[in-house]
Design a protein around this ligand. Structure first.
Ligand SMILES: [Cu+2]
Length: 364
């Protein structure tokens, strides 16, 4: 049968631009990396430690990030139109169990989708937050879907394994872990061409020696509120900065299962405190780095040499934090740990003319 080529082209184009609608995905298993994982979604809510759904999790369009659904996710997104997410809001659920993890360990999630496929969407970022009442970001990986998640498809579990380290500085306590996939290019024109947010929420009990209130230690945000409406610049990740790790370096806190686990550089020249630095020093450095965008606008992200030179803003704020939080006798040690780290940065620069590269500590 003769088909006019223009018609054929239109026909093919219609299929080419039709996204993998209703594919979506869900968290099949999760738990402490290296231990037996537990069932997560699509299982009995009381027998699970994950906010559950009966079907794959729906997406929240970038025009609807002011919806309550952005906090903990929702089960459904209407298909083929620009509409707010609906179905079950996971905020209204409480799962029956918690996963226990120690700070410094990693949580592993198995993300699945359609049978034999794993997570269906090809591109986007990955972010992880912890929350008690408000949220702080512990991990992000720009382009993590294509770079780490998709290649980590494991036929044996029919899903993609992904690891998220729970940083040492997280105080012991109960949290909700908000694991989020942000998919690009999968929303049709009829759906507004929106970025698609997929938050998933599991219930964690973090153990370890770190005490205190996370909201007092880390810069926190609210959902809704943390994200701006509209599609993002894909070269950036949405939301706040990841707080730095304990040695002040940051933040390569996730690796795929097929990763060797070797850590990557956090970018040249992050401030790295000596292991002997007091806990208050690490805490204050983490907080101030998380506030860098307001404290030292002239510095590139985690450019240690630039931050060290910002004496009236960044350094002063660090010293104020240390004065408020270090025990008697610890303030001097905190100040010298910081100045030693700065000297090491400028020393390394002088020696070879390049910035120091530091190793992240959160490889798993
Ligand atoms: Cu989808």
């Amino acid at each position: 049968m003769f088909v006019p080529s223009s018609l054929l082209a239109a026909f093919l184009l219609a299929f080419a631009i039709t996204p993998a609608v209703n594919a979506h995905g869900f968290i099949k298993q999760w738990g402490v990396k290296g231990q037996t994982l537990e069932k997560a979604q699509k299982t009995d809510l009381m027998g699970s430690s994950f906010r559950a759904v009966a079907s794959n999790t729906g997406w929240i369009g970038s025009q609807f990030v002011d919806s309550q659904a952005i906090a903990w996710g929702a089960s459904d997104t209407p298909f083929g139109k620009v509409t707010a997410p609906g179905g079950t809001f996971f905020a209204t659920q409480g799962a029956g169990k918690q996963v226990s993890v120690s700070s410094g360990q990693s949580v592993q999630l198995v993300v699945s989708g359609n049978p034999g496929e794993g997570w269906p969407h090809p591109r986007g970022h990955i972010m992880t937050y912890l929350a008690q009442w408000k949220f702080f970001k512990i991990q992000e990986e720009k382009d993590g879907i294509q770079n780490t998640l998709k290649p980590a498809y494991d036929k044996g579990v029919d899903g993609n394994r992904y690891n998220v380290a729970i940083p040492e500085g997280v105080p012991a306590g109960n949290y909700i872990m908000r694991f989020e996939l942000l998919a690009f290019g999968q929303s049709s024109q009829a759906e507004g061409g929106q970025d698609q947010y997929y938050p998933f929420c599991g219930q964690l009990t973090v153990g370890g020696s770190s005490t205190g209130n996370a909201a007092d230690k880390f810069a926190t945000v609210s959902f809704p509120g943390a994200y701006k409406k509209g599609n993002i610049d894909q070269s950036t990740t949405p939301g706040p900065a990841v707080f730095a790790t304990l040695d002040g370096s940051s933040t390569s806190s996730s690796t795929g299962s097929n990763d060797t686990g070797s850590s990557t550089s956090s970018g040249s020249g992050a401030i790295t405190l000596a292991p002997s630095a007091p806990a208050c020093a690490s805490m204050c450095l983490n907080i101030k780095i998380s506030q860098q965008s307001s404290l030292a606008t002239q510095c590139a992200e985690r450019d240690g040499a630039c931050l060290c030179a910002a004496t009236s803003t960044f350094v002063a704020a660090y010293n104020n934090c240390a004065a408020d939080n270090c025990p008697v006798g610890g303030l001097a040690a905190a100040k010298s740990a910081f100045s030693d780290a700065c000297s090491a940065l400028s020393g390394a620069r002088r020696r070879d003319g390049r910035m120091v590269r530091v190793r992240g500590v959160l490889s798993s």
